[in-house]
Design a protein around this ligand. Structure first.
Ligand SMILES: NC(=O)C1=CN([C@@H]2O[C@H](COP(=O)(O)OP(=O)(O)OC[C@H]3O[C@@H](n4cnc5c(N)ncnc54)[C@H](O)[C@@H]3O)[C@@H](O)[C@H]2O)C=CC1
Ligand SMILES: O=C(CO)[C@H](O)[C@H](O)COP(=O)(O)O
Length: 298
């Protein structure tokens, strides 16, 4: 089908290639014109701004955003709300706070524009080769755009979760879990590092990935990271955050429930701004491996 794609960064660019590979017609825009040119060389239709993008799409239009959460997403949705018409659809594939998504859906609904909040997982590799999607929005309209998700995800890699908000809520909790898993893995490697043994971390990651209980994509990514930098000597253990872990903890507080592991993982991210630790380096390396997030060099 035809889709407008706004935001051609680490995720959006790869998603654009994935959509094109799957025979979707993609009209693209980014504030960075170089990204638009690169994508049009790959077969996308360029649009110099959002107005041009909307004009190049047939009605009812579908516009998929892969832009930074928060102010940028707000600004793009606001502008799209002025340009789109009755029956059009907006997909937010970024890591937006589900509460903001609920507000945006309400604002768009007043103009009969449908909003889908889509949590996207699998990092940059997933966006290119096959992602994982958690989708909230109108059930009937979802069927109309389902092929976009079916074609660009891995097998069984998309889930229509229900009403608007549910997609970004699921992604928020997913990322909270991600924080806890990564912190736990990182602490394990730090215990190895502080022991009197001389472990080869690439080899350890490899054996853990073959038949062990903790085999996982995260450990695979560590195997990869250690193959490039055996002791992570080139990077500092600064673990940056993008918001989802904090929102997960806030949600647990709102629900008056205990979520100690995710909470401590979030706190350790704050602590990492002050102390350089091996566990911090592991989480920083993981974020870089799956999401292309910048690491702080030594
Ligand atoms: N990197 C990752 O692992 C994942 C990221 N996400 C989410 O996907 C979204 C995009 O992430 P990335 O691609 O990593 O970020 P990025 O920073 O690499 O790309 C963002 C792109 O949006 C463009 N942009 C900024 N303002 C714009 C505007 N007003 N109009 C049009 N384009 C604009 C930028 O020029 C850039 O190309 C974010 O919400 C992020 O949280 C979701 C899953 C995984
Ligand atoms: O959604 C993701 C992975 O699933 C992104 O990579 C996200 O940025 C990770 O969260 P944080 O930046 O807070 O570590």
């Amino acid at each position: 089908m035809q889709v407008g794609l706004v935001g051609l960064g680490k995720m959006g660019y790869n998603l654009g290639l994935n959509l094109i590979d799957n025979n979707h017609q993609v009209v693209v825009n980014d504030v960075n014109s170089e990204q638009i040119s690169k994508m049009s060389n790959e077969g996308a239709i360029p649009a110099e701004d959002l107005k041009a993008l909307v004009n190049r799409l047939e009605r009812p239009r579908t516009v998929w955003m892969m832009v930074p959460a928060g102010e940028v997403t707000e600004a793009v949705v606001e502008e799209l709300s002025q340009l789109l018409e009755d029956g059009d659809r907006v997909i937010d594939g970024g890591n937006s706070n589900y509460k903001e998504s609920l507000q945006r859906a309400e604002m768009l609904q007043k103009k009969n524009i449908f909003f889908f909040d889509v949590g996207t997982s699998g990092g940059t590799e997933g966006a290119r080769q096959g992602a994982c999607y958690m989708i909230g929005g109108d059930a009937d309209q979802f069927k109309v755009i389902e092929s976009l998700f079916a074609d660009t995800s891995v097998e069984n890699g998309y889930h229509y979760a229900g009403r608007v908000g549910s997609g970004h809520f699921l992604k928020m909790v997913h990322n909270g879990i991600e924080y806890g898993m990564m912190q736990s893995i990182a602490e394990g490697y730090e215990i190895l590092e502080k022991s009197s043994f001389d472990f080869d971390y690439e080899a350890v990651s490899k054996v853990w990935n073959n038949g062990s209980v903790i085999r996982s994509w995260l450990i695979e990514l560590m195997e990869n990271a250690f193959s490039k930098d055996a002791k992570l000597e080139d990077i500092r253990g600064v673990m940056n955050t993008s918001g989802e872990g904090k929102w997960t903890v806030e949600t647990a507080l709102e629900l008056e429930m205990a979520a100690p592991i995710i909470t401590m993982s979030l706190m350790m991210r704050s602590r990492s701004q002050e102390n350089d630790t091996f566990s911090g380096k592991v989480v920083a390396a993981l974020r870089n491996e799956f999401g292309g997030h910048a690491v702080v060099q030594k």
